[in-house]
Design a protein around this ligand. Structure first.
Ligand SMILES: C[S@@+](CC[C@H](N)C(=O)[O-])C[C@H]1O[C@@H](n2cnc3c(N)ncnc32)[C@H](O)[C@@H]1O
Length: 228
């Protein structure tokens, strides 16, 4: 069955959030980067404007900018309401209030929407769905995945997590995933340990790294996987 837009809550972060979430150095930024589950984040648009190389893939890119914009407008108030109702689960330093957080994210998503038509033409935005990517082995240097794996462990099973990470490892010698929490619970995903164990058994080097980003309380670790 095809993806239905009403199943998706589009929400996108900025380049500066990506840099902190994945602890990206200038050398990392120079890499050929693949962003999986990139949605309406402005990372690709901002990186491209600065001359870096990012390819983003997400099933949401099958829809038009107008359709994605409409879905963002439909979900905006719901997200604001949820964050306001659970504000103690977040750390309010980067953003001073739920309103400021939502406004910042809307700015990022508007940036994405403005870049989306050109990015599609340039194949910087591609409609693909984990766990299957159509790329060559090691086509990229660094693959990122933010706010998809682990976060939705109540909807995406262990098999999906492992297959998705192995597929990212196939197309890139280094993979980083953030955050590692199960959505809104503040608890680490129950899949983290079994995924790490399975990856180690298959010969990957696996590290948990603290990062300089913590918005959801307790969400300040990324998983880093290297093929050697
Ligand atoms: C919460 S958004 C995160 C967007 C962005 N990475 C960020 O952190 O700002 C999650 C994204 O995952 C995408 N997604 C859902 N299932 C996917 C799959 N199987 N493969 C790739 N992306 C998927 C959704 O369409 C959505 O855009």
């Amino acid at each position: 069955m095809g993806l239905r837009l009403e199943q998706i809550v589009p929400w996108g972060r900025s380049r500066s959030e990506y840099i902190q979430m994945f602890d990206l150095t200038e050398a990392d930024l120079q890499d050929k980067i693949l962003d999986c589950g990139s949605g309406p984040a402005s990372f690709n648009a901002e990186m491209t404007a600065l001359g870096y190389s990012v390819t983003s893939c997400d099933p949401i890119y099958q829809f038009s900018a107008e359709q994605i914009q409409q879905r963002i407008d439909e979900t905006y108030e719901t997200i604001l309401g949820k964050v306001q109702a659970t504000r103690e689960k977040f750390i309010w330093t980067t953003f001073r209030s739920p309103q400021e957080m939502v406004q910042t994210r809307m700015t990022s998503m508007r940036h994405f929407l403005a870049d989306f038509p050109l990015g599609l033409q340039q194949e910087r935005y591609q409609t693909h769905e984990l766990p299957n990517l159509p790329f060559e082995n090691n086509q990229f240097n660094l693959a990122l995945c933010s706010h998809l794996l682990f976060l939705y462990s109540d909807q995406l099973n262990l098999e999906f997590h492992l297959a998705s990470i192995l597929e990212m490892c196939r197309v890139s010698p280094e993979v980083r995933v953030f955050p590692l929490l199960l959505n809104m619970t503040g608890e680490t995903s129950p899949f983290l340990e079994p995924v790490m164990q399975a990856l180690k058994e298959q010969g990957y080097t696996v590290n948990l790294r603290q990062v300089p980003y913590e918005f959801q309380r307790g969400g300040n670790q990324m998983l880093q996987i290297k093929t050697s």
